[in-house]
Design a protein around this ligand. Structure first.
Ligand code: HGY
Ligand code: MN
Ligand code: MN
Length: 419
């Protein structure tokens, strides 16, 4: 184990993450959604950092910022590139590390490699994706799906709650949505994809480990639930003959929780995070409810079975209550298994820093790696975050762990390069 002082590079990472963390749609809390003015400000700042690190910068048709470092020497891999990335969009009232940590770590790793005079035998490309959270539009992973070549052109017609389409917002952002299908990397040009990300869970802290090797990213799907009942006068319609969409939604939500609780062994989670009700008045029985549904599991089978069970139970609730419950799938990604060769390089880098055998863990959270796994082999480095808190302004990573994360990424790249 070599002695490495993580503090200097950790402080640099913290400053960059704080700078990005100050770019928000709202004063007092961090919200930065895809294709918004604050996304543009963040992308411009990242581009500046990429140029400072000596990278050639371009923005692609899905508004992903790319920073490219050509190979330092010719050889069998010099026409290929290792991709490193994460996202710069956030959830609402977010923490500042979820996403930006991976982009900052990639840029600082490039600076470290250049400072050490390393001539890589392949190209390196840092990617700052703009839509991993999928908050503004129903779909998610638009940037990484574009890079992976799995994006459908129909995505350009998808609208946010104000009726803005992805295509128009990309044009307004300065991108060229018509080129979205031509942005895909060719499989043969890519050596692999690496991502550094906070664990967003409590295990590394419980194990007293700063870093961990990700085994796989859970399968995930998102669904839009529409419940159509019958609006009515809250004072005159007798209870037994109501078709109350909000009461049906309440039963649906508790049913989803019940299905989720039964799937612990498969790391199954099922969540309703959003609900809107119409007309939404104190003295009116709700005629319509719209809900989101997020289902994840460690296997595609377990996830699909849970969705089937939810669909069946939704039909039964609908029949009993005289309402129509529609379940539309708007996003679906299979489990992404992290490649053994990349897990091995990451594991060596971590154990070289900690002197211990690295811990391996599953990611219940989704990441751009889910999309990139459909292009190339992926590897992920997890970083300890305080109490496992994430998607919350209390999200926190220590400066020391930030520095260790950058160094682990740098050493992983060196190991892949055979340096
Ligand atoms: O939903 C997720 O798991 C990720 O934070 N987008
Ligand atoms: Mn994330
Ligand atoms: Mn997130």
């Amino acid at each position: 184990m070599t002695s490495f002082d993580p503090k200097p590079i950790g402080e640099r990472a913290q400053t960059m993450i704080d700078n990005l963390g100050s770019i928000s749609a709202e004063a007092g809390r961090l919200t930065r959604l895809y294709l918004t003015p604050e996304h543009k400000r963040a992308a411009d700042l990242v581009a500046e950092w990429m140029r400072r690190a000596g990278l050639t910068v371009r923005m692609d048709a899905a508004a992903t910022m790319h920073g490219f470092l050509p190979p330092g020497k010719t050889g069998p891999r010099s026409n290929r590139r290792l991709l490193i990335g994460s996202h710069i969009d956030t959830v609402i009232d977010a923490g500042r590390y979820d996403g930006p940590l991976g982009v900052v770590a990639g840029i600082l790793a490039v600076e470290e490699l250049r400072a050490r005079g390393v001539a890589l035998p392949f190209g390196l490309e840092i990617l700052a994706f703009g839509d991993e959270e999928g908050i503004r539009f129903p779909k998610t992973l638009i940037g990484s799906s574009t890079a992976a070549g799995t994006i459908e052109k129909s995505i350009l017609d998808m609208t946010d709650t104000d009726g803005n389409t992805v295509g128009n917002m990309l044009l307004k952002f300065g991108s060229d949505p018509a080129a979205i299908k031509s942005e895909a990397y060719r499989r043969g040009d890519v050596i692999g994809y690496l991502e550094v990300h906070i664990e967003q869970g409590p295990l590394l802290e419980r194990w007293n480990e700063p870093l961990g090797v990700v085994l796989a990213i859970a399968a995930q799907s998102r669904h839009r639930i529409r419940i159509a009942g019958e609006a009515g006068h809250a004072g005159t319609i007798p209870m037994p003959i109501r078709h109350d969409a909000l009461a049906a939604a309440a039963e649906f939500i508790l049913m989803v929780e019940e299905v989720g609780l039964k799937g612990e062994k498969d790391h199954l989670v099922a969540t309703v995070g959003e609900i809107t009700v119409r007309p939404g008045a104190v003295n009116v029985i709700a005629g319509e409810a719209q809900l989101s549904l997020d289902v994840r599991a460690a296997s595609d089978e377990a996830r699909a079975q849970a969705v089937d069970a939810i669909r069946l139970r939704a039909r039964q609730i609908g029949q009993r209550r005289g309402v129509v419950i529609g379940v539309e799938t708007v996003h679906e990604k299979p489990v992404a298994i992290c490649a053994p060769r990349l897990r091995s390089s990451i594991g060596k880098a971590i154990s070289g820093l900690t002197g211990r055998k690295p811990r391996e863990l599953l990611s219940g959270a989704g990441h751009d790696g889910l999309a990139m796994a459909q292009l190339t082999e992926i590897g992920m480095i997890f970083v300890r975050c305080r109490a496992g808190i994430s998607h919350n302004p209390l999200e926190h990573v220590s400066v020391g762990d930030l520095g260790l994360a950058v160094e682990a990424l740098t050493r992983t790249i060196l190991d892949i390069a055979g340096e």
